[in-house]
Ligand binder design. Structure first.
Ligand code: MG
Length: 172
């Protein structure tokens, strides 16, 4: 049962995900979470490192799409527009429909799409249900919705358990 919560790859932050690795894995499209993955919760701006990373992604011929459960079209849209990438809001992750919508926008499929996010219960679980390449990042800030805070606690317990029972093998 842990398998569904196990990311394919882990990184400290979005901008530390090696683009060479994505290319090597045959990734052509990225479904990227917004809150706490790209920006602090409900923030409108991405940091300079993240912006630079998106430029390199584009140069590598990889498409990106924001897929966020955030209910504000305005908020998700502003960040996407600034980066010149498409977006899906009110996405209902971990439902698989959310990821299918992302792939529709990207024009990619199961074998060449990666999911990037900071939450095991939405981003990683949903991506794994479709057998996508999943990448877990450390959340940018602790400032977040109270319901999420509860899930975080559960996540920490789960991560601890997984480390003991089923360690992730380092990927080269
Ligand atoms: Mg998030």
């Amino acid at each position: 049962m842990f398998k569904l919560f196990k990311p394919t790859y882990q990184a400290d932050s979005l901008d530390s995900i090696p683009i060479e690795m994505l290319k090597k894995e045959g990734i052509r499209g990225l479904i990227i979470d917004l809150d706490n993955t790209m920006t602090p919760w409900n923030d409108l701006e991405v940091g300079p490192k993240v912006a630079e990373w998106f430029v390199k992604v584009k140069e590598a011929g990889i498409s990106a799409c924001i897929v966020s459960n955030n209910k504000s079209k305005q908020r998700v849209g502003v960040v996407a527009e600034n980066l010149g990438i498409p977006f899906v809001y009110r996405a209902t992750k971990p439902r698989t429909i959310a990821f299918r919508r992302g792939m529709d926008v990207l024009g990619t499929g199961i074998s060449d799409t990666a999911v990037i996010g900071d939450q095991l219960f939405t981003d990683i679980l949903g991506g794994n249900r479709l057998d996508l390449f999943t990448i877990l990042v450390i959340p940018i800030s602790d400032r977040e919705f109270i319901g999420t805070r509860f899930l975080r606690r559960m996540e920490r317990i789960l991560v601890w358990l997984m480390k003991r029972v089923d360690p992730i093998e380092p990927k080269t």
